[in-house]
Design a protein around this ligand. Sequence first.
Ligand SMILES: CC(C)(COP(=O)(O)OP(=O)(O)OC[C@H]1O[C@@H](n2cnc3c(N)ncnc32)[C@H](O)[C@@H]1OP(=O)(O)O)[C@@H](O)C(=O)NCCC(=O)NCCS
Length: 345
Amino acid sequence: MEEAGDPPAASAMSPVLQATTASIRDAEPGEVGTLEALVAEIFGAGDRPRGWFERKLAREVVAPALSKIAVDPRGAKVGFLLTSAPASLSGVARLVSLGVLPTWRGRGIGRALIEAAATSATAAGLRSMTALAEADRRGFYADTGFAPEAVLRTLLAPSRSPERPARRGGGPGPDAPSGSRAAAPKSAAAVTEPTDEVMMIRSLPPSGWARPGTEAVGGWLAEAWEGTAAALRQTYALGGEDPRAWAHVSREGQAQLIHRLLLRSPSAPRAPHEVATAVFEIAQALAQKLAPGGPLLFYGLPAVSPITDLLERAGWSCIQESTRMVRRLRSPASPAVDRSRLAAP
Ligand SMILES: CC(C)(COP(=O)(O)OP(=O)(O)OC[C@H]1O[C@@H](n2cnc3c(N)ncnc32)[C@H](O)[C@@H]1OP(=O)(O)O)[C@@H](O)C(=O)NCCC(=O)NCCS
């Protein structure tokens, strides 16, 4: 019988890494919930509310069957990869979180975790894996078979007095984040001017992620929206009795997050700058309405788009930029794992 701390049986490990010093194995049912301490050791404890990790696993529908754990020769966990296959993203394995303890980095463990997850995802019939990479991780994902697909920004609304509407949008300052100035609509100056009309906003109970007859702007994950407690999310209808748009907004700690904006589809096709103008007005109205509730974030806007450009010109600031990276499954894998580098530090 194996004693506690022994390496797991070879049969439980990825065949790719058998007989190496660090091993990759499947996460056991229930085990992903026990990884919080390892995650904190890798990413830092941060100022997170109790229960955050459990909520993250649930909201991002982490699938233990597609998640992997790296262990040292004694079976101690040295790395992990959490994956989900959300029903809303058909055929996609979504990489939720990945980390390796600092002393074990640079030995091919990150690559091996990805290979093991890709093998399981392929066996499960999934067609691609996606990851969101901040700038300094793009190289790692590019080295492990991922290609960039889109650059996304999270914007923070300018702080403003809740009592008084911000009547004047700011023009681009000397250090305004760079967007695509060229892509900005010619009417940018005009739409950042004050409008006398105050947009009516009604609070509704949280409604479904999708809505017929609308087109989405931005957006995180349907499952994360549906999986947020009702007390922490709200849908807003904007534009009176016959709304122009609906916004799904959730509370994330101190901040409020526009999870997704749904614009009523027009009867005739709209030019990109018209869409941008509509989104801009709606986002500004939401920022005004929600100002008392804490900072407002708008998630998942394309880095280069007239919408992002307009908002940044009006003082919204980019607080995070990530590249969505995609790896096709059933295509040639990234270079094979170099086992000689997996030795203990
Ligand atoms: C990112 C991380 C998981 C990589 O794990 P790792 O075990 O050190 O990675 P590997 O040794 O398997 O590296 C695989 C390849 O990616 C390259 N690579 C690793 N980190 C890199 C980086 N930050 N930038 C560019 N390339 C990188 C390596 O050079 C290696 O290429 P090679 O095999 O041709 O030499 C690890 O650095 C980590 O846990 N970082 C902190 C948490 C984190 O940022 N997680 C990712 C969130 S998106």
